[in-house]
Design a protein around this ligand. Structure first.
Ligand SMILES: Nc1ncnc2c1ncn2[C@@H]1O[C@H](COP(=O)(O)OP(=O)(O)OP(=O)(O)O)[C@@H](O)[C@H]1O
Ligand SMILES: [Mg+2]
Length: 451
């Protein structure tokens, strides 16, 4: 089992997202469940289905943010789509199944990258050997008169090689141009290009055919600086060490057993009385989603992929609708519901300061580049939070997104005149914030902050 426990997942999410503990916990548990299932013996294992989750909550409270962070953390194949992508004009009922194909692609890329880094050291060494070979021409072949290479010549050669190898390691020859023999272009770089460039309807056989032609590749010469040759040769050597069939097998296995698909804005698929004009009916898309979420076999270029155990997470604000407005069958496929909390003023204070990417930290870092030190006082931050919260109350509640607009407004002038304040420290305290925000909120100007 991987060592990501629900606790470690929660702790990691806490680094970026304030509050929303119920949601974080539900997702953390869902991840662990996947690990657990893999430990269960058959036939029970096949019986245990994923517990798909629906994240429900007002706009701007961290739904997408949590999932984005999760995506970076999990080692599982992960895909995030906007449900609206399927209802756009021009989509014309194009298949929802493409999400499974995209997930398979993501997985192949991921596994390939992992394999590459596993063989990197070995590949680098082999590349270095080849570079030395190019730089110190091999004179160990018999001389023209047929006589053997003399032992002392061999010693000289070996010394030369060692010296060149050392200089290569010290990056002393990076700009020297050499001619190298490369395989019919760049091996897997090609495979990946091929994969991403391929129409989604083309399938397996073609892929395998391509793999074969790869092996029968031609050689050609290229003139490049050492620093580039090093990369090309290392990539080539890495590809020799990687078994592509196994990469694909492993990648598909991971998709089927641990894959996660996140469908954002799922509430937008609820269409009432042609709300969405000429768009493809959201209901049609819901219907297309049913089998995929339930468990189907989808044709991908790597073969059929079963979706039975892929975890689906849906998210939506559901402000103008309720989860109960989704097709009943689809509702049933998202048995776990997690409600997100509205953010309080106190949450805003924390969001402004605590996460590793907190706005206060961002602005400070940006101003630092101009030699300006921003000093946010507690009262100053509190004022920004309070103002944002009030503005949400008075106008439209856009959650934490409000903080972006307010912060921008507060720091507008400082930002504009930064070059004039080089080497200065500017205190962003309560009076500063109040002065900057004077007049905003009482007038129509407030609408400017609806981002
Ligand atoms: N709980 C939170 N902790 C830290 N930052 C947050 C939180 N909630 C929102 N934010 C900030 O606000 C921004 C918008 O949040 P997010 O994209 O997650 O909204 P959402 O809940 O998905 O809303 P929508 O329903 O409109 O898609 C995020 O990029 C993040 O910076
Ligand atoms: Mg969102």
């Amino acid at each position: 089992m991987s060592d990501t426990t629900p606790q470690t997942t929660l702790a990691e999410l806490d680094r970026f997202i304030i509050g929303q503990t119920a949601a974080k916990k539900a997702l953390a548990v869902a991840l662990r469940e996947r690990d657990r299932r893999l430990k269960v013996a058959e036939p029970m294992r096949s019986e245990i289905g994923p517990k798909n989750i629906l994240l429900i909550g007002p706009t701007g409270v961290g739904k997408t943010e949590i999932v984005k962070r999760l995506a970076k953390m999990v080692e599982a194949p992960f895909l995030k789509v906007e449900a609206t992508k399927f209802t756009e004009v021009g989509y014309v009922g194009h298949d929802v199944e493409s999400i499974v194909r995209d997930l398979a692609d993501a997985s192949v890329n991921m596994v390939h990258q992992q394999r590459t880094s596993e063989v990197q050291d070995e590949a680098d060494k082999a590349a270095l050997d080849r570079l030395v070979g190019y730089l110190v021409k091999g004179d160990e072949t018999p001389a023209e008169d047929g006589s053997k290479v003399k032992p002392n010549q061999k010693t000289v050669l070996r010394r030369k090689r060692t010296a060149v190898a050392r200089r290569l390691k010290n990056h002393e020859l990076e700009e020297d141009v050499i001619e190298i023999e490369v395989e019919n272009d760049e091996g897997l770089a090609n495979v990946l290009e091929f994969v991403s460039g391929m129409g989604s309807d083309e399938v397996t056989e073609q892929f395998h055919e391509f793999m074969h032609t790869l092996n029968a590749s031609r050689q050609r010469m290229r003139r490049v600086p050492v620093r580039e040759a090093r990369k090309i040769l290392a990539q080539e050597e890495a590809n020799k060490l990687i078994d592509f069939d196994r990469v694909v097998d492993d990648a598909i296995h991971r998709v089927e057993e641990t894959g996660i698909i996140f469908i954002d804005e799922i509430d937008k698929l609820i269409t009432r009385g042609g709300d969405y004009g000429p768009d493809v009916s959201g209901e049609g898309v819901q219907r297309d989603l049913l089998p995929v979420v339930e468990g189907a076999s989808v044709a991908t270029r790597y073969g059929m992929v079963k979706t039975d155990h892929i975890l689906f997470v849906g998210a939506g604000a559901f402000t103008r609708s309720r989860p109960a407005d989704l097709l009943p069958e689809l509702q049933g496929r998202f048995p776990l519901r997690v409600e997100f909390d509205n953010l309080t003023e106190e949450d805003f204070v924390r969001i402004l300061t605590e996460p590793e990417n907190a706005l206060v930290k961002q602005y400070s870092a940006l101003m630092e580049t101009e030699g300006v030190t921003l000093k946010f006082t507690d009262e100053g931050v509190r004022e920004v939070a309070k103002f944002s919260h009030d503005l949400n109350d008075q106008t439209e509640n856009i959650g934490a997104r409000r903080l972006y607009g307010v912060m921008e407004k507060v720091l507008e002038n400082v930002s504009f005149a930064a070059t004039e304040h080089k080497d200065e420290t500017i205190a962003i305290d309560a009076p500063f914030v109040r002065e900057r925000m004077a007049g905003v909120g009482r007038s129509d100007d407030a609408t400017r902050f609806i981002l």
